[in-house]
Design a protein around this ligand. Structure first.
Ligand code: SAH
Ligand code: SF4
Ligand code: F3S
Length: 457
């Protein structure tokens, strides 16, 4: 027998011992991908994945701290788990992800809701933490790392379609936007070895996947140095796109201060890099942007939009916007609305400002915009965005788009849905098409959220 490292790993006792593991995920796409990494680590230890919470021996909640309502929702969920704990005394509940770092003490102390707490850089330690918890000790590891990228761990995919997958290319964030907790919950920015990213993308393609989304808080600052030279984001993007013309490549999120023409030009060279850029503006007022520490002005942002229009005329642009940040006036708010009009966003995520403890904004400025004003401004922003999305969709009616099919339409089983390169959802009659196919669809009608059409040859 050949006792290589892999065999020795397999011969030592597995801590999971067939225990059923249930994972619930909140927050952003990075958290979704992290849950898949956690699943991979724990399956290797003999835990078995279940989608049935009632059958679980371990419940892990991958948490988000980005806004107060995200955290409140998770506290509510943890309280609900008490009922499961009553039924099954041995049930272990673990909190992982962004709340772990921020709230470890409260999590462990408050009514003993939680047995294990593991921060975003401590997932390799989960087998040990769970073993300790099984022996009755509450266990915590929230150490943040300068290096951890889980580079060689192959995530266990939990998506339902087998078409589209996330690949994390970096972790953490160095940008210190004054309102944001992410640099505190996820630590410093670090990039992942491009060879491991490419290997993961190639394996996904071979397994039938047709779309990968490269993830990072600021993908444009991706950088990897080795003896072979430096890989920047444009280089990485082209390398992934080069795997196969049938593999679509998306990425998120771009920071306006770092989105260079090199990335736009790399996109222009590869039709399989999707024509969609998520470029969060946060505000249209330069005064607000300065307070937010975003490091660009309204003019800079609009110049980047002009560059996208110039180099990629068919590119969709989406954004994130915050209403009611500290000291925001009606005039600042109007500038956000006018920026939206000027850009004509296809899509937006829109939020009320939520003060996060210990951020620069919380330490230096009062959260002084009354909630009713925040709500009114957010409503205006949402209404305008619905109008802009509808206008953009109407311009697509009559055009033909290549759609990558992701699944069956939720409303009708004789219809499929998929996305255009611009990331718009299209619904059309199934015919003999299947999930994972590329189908050319002529758009016949639309709402502000969806395009409908017919397949053409
Ligand atoms: N790294 C990404 C965004 C990550 S968080 C970027 O910089 O673009 C996703 C979005 O949540 C942010 O773009 C911002 O619009 C919003 N957000 C972050 N902190 C917030 C807060 N304290 N209150 C309200 N919205 C917030
Ligand atoms: Fe937060 Fe800014 Fe980093 Fe985005 S870039 S995660 S908003 S600090
Ligand atoms: Fe939330 Fe953490 Fe993502 S705070 S948005 S889960 S990085």
């Amino acid at each position: 027998m050949n006792f290589d490292a892999a065999n020795i790993r397999r011969l030592r006792p597995l801590t999971g011992d067939g225990l059923q593991l249930y994972i619930e995920t909140y927050g952003c796409q990075m958290n979704v991908n992290d849950s898949e990494v956690v699943l991979s680590i724990l399956q290797n230890e003999g835990y078995r994945y279940t989608e049935d919470i009632a059958a679980a021996d371990v419940i892990l909640v991958n948490t988000c701290s980005i806004r107060d309502n995200a955290e409140q929702r998770i506290w509510g969920r943890l309280n609900e788990f008490k009922a499961y704990k009553k039924k099954k005394r041995s049930l272990m509940v673990g909190v992982i992800g962004c709340m772990a770092e921020r709230l470890r003490e409260q999590l462990i102390e408050r009514e003993r809701l939680v047995d294990v707490v593991a921060g975003p850089d401590a997932y390799r330690d989960l087998p040990r933490l769970l073993r300790q918890a099984r022996e009755g000790a509450r266990s915590v590891n929230v150490l943040l790392s300068q290096e951890e990228t889980y580079a060689e761990i192959t995530p266990v995919r939990t998506d339902k379609n087998g078409v589209s997958a996330f690949i994390s290319i970096m972790r953490g964030c160095n940008n210190m936007c004054s309102y944001c907790v992410v640099p505190y919950t996820r630590g410093a920015e670090r990039s992942r070895d491009p060879e491991t990213i490419l290997a993961e993308a190639r394996d996904l393609f071979a397994a039938g996947y047709r779309e990968v989304t490269l993830l990072g808080q600021n993908v444009n600052s991706y950088r990897w140095q080795s003896e072979r030279g430096t890989t920047d984001f444009a280089g990485l993007l082209e390398a992934v796109a080069g795997i196969d013309p049938l593999l679509r490549v998306r990425f998120s999120t771009s920071h306006p201060k770092d989105l260079g023409d090199d990335v736009l030009e790399a996109m222009a060279r590869h039709s399989n890099i999707c024509r969609a850029i998520h470029l969060p503006a946060q505000s249209g007022s330069t005064r607000m942007l300065e307070l937010m520490n975003r490091k660009y002005t309204r003019e800079w942002y609009l110049e980047r939009i002009a560059a996208i229009r110039r180099i990629l005329p068919d590119c969709a642009i989406s954004t994130d916007l915050i209403a009611g940040f500290c000291t925001e006036t009606e005039e600042d708010h109007r500038q956000t609305l006018s920026l939206m009009e000027e850009v004509g966003y296809e899509f937006a995520f829109m939020f009320k400002y939520s003060e996060r403890p210990n951020t620069k904004a919380a330490r230096h400025w009062t959260d002084d915009v009354p909630d009713a004003v925040k709500t009114a401004r957010l409503t205006q922003i949402i209404e305008l965005q619905n109008e802009l999305s509808l206008r953009s969709n109407r311009r697509d009616v009559g055009k033909v788009f290549e759609v990558l099919v992701e699944g069956e339409s939720k409303r009708r089983s004789d219809q499929l849905f998929g996305r255009t390169s611009q990331n718009k959802v299209v619904v059309f009659d199934r015919g003999d098409r299947r999930v994972g196919d590329y189908v050319r669809v002529r758009i016949a009608d639309c709402t502000s959220a969806t395009l409908t059409g017919e397949a053409v040859e």
